[in-house]
Design a protein around this ligand. Structure first.
Ligand code: NAD
Length: 523
């Protein structure tokens, strides 16, 4: 099947909220979503809707007294049932025509596109994203669907092997793996969930989806979209629940064939370890696709357009409150421009607007939860002793009763400091002085992570050096280190940032497939 190629892929345009029509549509969508607050959603196992005694409530982090959705907490028995029913349906689903699966994934993209404002609104309220951040997440979800649909079209069917033995017809074809457990984080609750799930389904696997407990309503919206797009109800299961209560079980189940996880370092390492242990009756070595944390650095060279560097750091460090795996949490600045960099950065950070994420006047919304706020606050206290806090901090004024933390900058941070080494996942930027460019690169690479990084420099030799020596999965030169686009910037990190899966790139679907080599004697 060779219908469409990646060449035809186009990124979904972002919504221009300065246009009155778009603003109005978004306001209407926010009102519609708000009217649906507090609804109870079911667990879905092979199409059967199930309710449990224990509930999970998701809240609006801008105003935590508002309950966005009420969800079921899957019990171990239900989680087991989900894996077993996905296993029972795998043989049938894996033999469906790839073009049918491709069409269904395209239909998902179309449905999300048609409801873009509404999906944006769910992200505003459940994940605390501002309008443009929510729209970028939803656009990326559409991109993943379109990209993987096209890529499956490329991979479907048999292809001749590179070398043909005399008297043989030698070919390769790609087969799906089996039951996949899909475990997304809350910070890209639509894009990452959609990307991992559609990659697994379009390649012919069946799945068990365990959404993040912070954002299960967005997960439930997606589960309904899958059904509407024509995915058979047995091809997926939707089982919200606590990671601790059912996560281990899903990963360890002998019928689980692979795990697609995106989240923190520690949970990723645990999943990797549990999945590696062979279980009685298990017929394979489980595959783990794990994209994990980051401690991303932007290097600011001495020869630089300082305003551009300051803006790049600002957007990367404080967009979505620093809660992106790609967020800049370390600015490493050449001594020659260090003081002027800080002088320019501080007032710009202080001018950033912060407040409820449904108000488009705000550049920053809340952090995701009270526990996130506490953990970030703790890091700010630690960091304030490790360096010189020049703005922000937990004590600074914050609007309303939401989980707000103002942009916080801590200067003069040593590379051995905890806030230089540990992922904080909030609006906290450590700034470190480098002796020169080589030293700056050395500091940037002094990390257990290796996800994204950027360099601002006008020196071509330094740019060349960065290309060769900056050890990150996604390197950006003279631009911010967030905002990866599907197709242009396949995404995934080195070191403890994960298995470098390169989501949104041509290698990604192969992680959900296994190659079969077939040689036939002819004549
Ligand atoms: P998390 O690790 O706390 O949770 C991720 C998911 O794992 C959630 O669905 C959670 O319920 C589940 N989980 C928790 N314990 C589990 C267990 N024992 N077994 C199975 N599943 C379990 O991460 P988070 O707070 O949701 O997300 C933030 C983290 O994700 C940050 O570290 C961030 O850098 C990372 N992240 C990485 C990427 C990337 O592409 N590298 C992208 C986004 C986020």
């Amino acid at each position: 099947m060779q219908t469409q190629t990646q060449a035809e892929f186009r990124n979904e345009p972002l919504t221009d909220f300065s246009l009155p029509a778009n603003r109005k549509a978004m306001e209407q969508a926010l009102a519609k979503v708000r009217a649906a607050f507090g609804k109870e959603y079911d667990l879905i196992i092979a199409g059967e809707r199930v309710r449990t005694a224990e509930k999970l409530k998701s809240v609006n982090p801008s105003k935590p007294s508002e309950i966005v959705g009420i969800h079921q907490k899957a019990t171990p028995e239900l989680a087991t049932r989900a894996v077993e029913s996905a296993y029972a349906y795998f043989r049938e689903w894996s033999t469906t025509k790839p073009e049918d699966r491709v069409a269904k994934v395209r239909r998902v993209a179309q449905l999300i596109r048609e409801r873009k404002f509404e999906m944006d609104a769910w992200l505003v309220y459940e994940a605390g994203k501002t309008w443009p951040e929510a729209d970028a997440d939803v656009s990326e979800a559409i991109d993943f669907c379109e990209y993987y649909a096209r890529d499956m079209a490329r991979l479907a069917g048999a292809r001749p092997a590179e070398v043909q033995m005399p008297g043989e017809r030698d070919e390769i074809r790609y087969l799906p793996l089996g039951v996949g457990v899909i475990i997304p984080p809350w910070n890209f609750p639509l894009a990452i969930l959609v990307g991992m799930t559609t990659a697994a389904l379009v390649t012919g696997n069946t799945v068990v989806i365990k959404p993040s407990s912070e954002t299960p309503t967005i997960g439930a919206q997606f589960a309904e979209l899958l059904l509407e797009a024509g995915f058979p109800d047995k091809s997926f299961n939707f089982v919200p629940g606590s990671g601790a209560a059912i996560g281990d079980l899903l990963v360890q189940h002998p019928k689980t064939r692979f795990v697609a996880f995106t989240g923190s370092r520690d949970v990723g390492l645990r999943i990797n370890e549990l999945a590696a242990k062979h279980q009685p009756g298990q017929l394979w070595i489980k595959r783990v696709i794990a994209e994990m944390g980051g401690k991303d650095a932007i290097v600011v060279d001495g020869e630089v357009d300082l305003d551009k560097a300051v803006d790049g750091v600002l957007a990367s460090a404080f967009g979505y409150q620093g809660q992106k795996c790609s967020a800049c949490s370390r600015a490493i600045v050449d001594a020659r421009v260090y003081d002027s960099f800080l002088e320019k950065l501080k007032p710009k950070a202080e001018a950033l607007t912060m407040g409820a994420s449904d108000d488009p006047a705000n550049f920053m919304g809340p952090v995701i939860s009270d526990s996130a706020r506490k953990s970030i606050t703790n890091y700010i206290e630690v960091g304030s002793k490790e360096g010189r806090r020049i703005t922000g901090g937990a004590g600074a004024a914050s609007p309303g009763d939401g989980y707000f933390i103002p942009p916080t900058i801590i200067a003069d941070v040593d590379s051995k400091a905890r806030i230089f080494q540990e992922e904080i996942f909030g609006p906290v930027l450590a700034v470190t002085k480098a002796k020169n460019f080589e030293h700056a690169l050395e500091l940037a690479n002094d990390s257990q992570y290796g996800l994204t990084g950027a360099v601002f420099s006008n020196n071509p030799e330094h740019i060349r050096q960065a290309r060769d020596q900056f050890f990150v999965g996604n390197l950006y030169l003279n631009r911010k280190c967030t905002g990866a686009m599907v197709g242009a910037h396949p995404f995934g990190g080195f070191n403890l940032s994960g298995t470098d899966s390169k989501a949104g790139g041509p290698d990604y679907l192969l992680l959900f497939l296994q190659a079969k080599s077939i040689a036939e004697r002819v004549g």
